[in-house]
Design a protein around this ligand. Structure first.
Ligand code: SAM
Length: 202
């Protein structure tokens, strides 16, 4: 499959996808993109704006995974505003734009991932899988999430073990945060497997 992996981070969602796919990853932070390339040397890594890349290239792939920025949707926003007195921010419209664009203007199978937000869900059609919401062109089977770890407290060694991603010898600022940003590799595989079954059935 030709897969487009947008807002790639270090590739948590991609970690169990194996090497049989032709994967293009887009990440705008050059240091994170370099770490991704070291972890997944066979993937094509593009340092650039994933949002623009989606609209320009969505029809060149067999499957698209997108993880647009979640900071302004997360429940941490409530803590920042109500607990620490930060000024509230507009929730980023990129999530809405991509969901509506892909559902209406693209024939490519896709999944768009985001956090469970602090507000009542405003964008119809989300499927909750483990700890995230997904808007997808297909139904994602239920997933049993047995993970017990506390993501707020967990440190680099446990995160690496949890994700099966070894950053030893890879230089990237704020390793703990990039590891915490990872979608569970098992969930990434669960969703790609569902997309592949869907492609065979179509
Ligand atoms: C939550 S992380 C992605 C996690 C990834 N899906 C995984 O499972 O590892 C979001 C990433 O998107 C990147 N990013 C944010 N805005 C971007 C943009 N406009 N274009 C490309 N990358 C972007 C951030 O630097 C960050 O690494």
């Amino acid at each position: 499959m030709r897969i487009l992996n947008l807002y790639a981070g270090i590739g948590g969602n991609r970690a169990q996808w194996g090497e049989e796919h032709e994967i293009t990853a887009v990440e705008f932070d050059p240091k994170i993109a370099a770490a991704y390339q070291q972890l997944w040397p066979n993937d094509t890594v593009i340092v650039g704006d994933a949002h623009q890349y989606l609209i320009d290239h969505h029809d060149e792939f067999d499957f698209i995974w997108s993880s647009p920025p979640c900071q302004t949707h997360t429940r941490m926003q409530l803590l920042r505003v109500k607990g620490y007195g930060d000024a509230p921010k507009f929730p980023s419209g990129m999530l809405f734009e991509e969901v509506v664009f892909m559902a209406n203007w693209s024939d490519t199978p896709y999944v768009i991932e985001n956090v469970i937000p602090y507000y009542k869900q405003q964008i119809a059609g989300a499927q909750k899988i483990a700890r995230h919401l997904y808007w997808a062109s297909f139904e994602i089977p239920a997933y049993d999430d047995h993970r017990q770890e506390n993501l707020r407290a967990i440190q680099i060694p446990e995160l690496q073990k949890l994700h099966g991603i070894d950053l030893t010898g890879i230089s990237v600022p704020n390793k703990r945060q990039v590891l915490r940003n990872c979608v569970s590799p098992r969930v990434g595989k669960h969703i790609l497997d569902a997309a592949m079954r869907e492609a065979v059935a179509a």
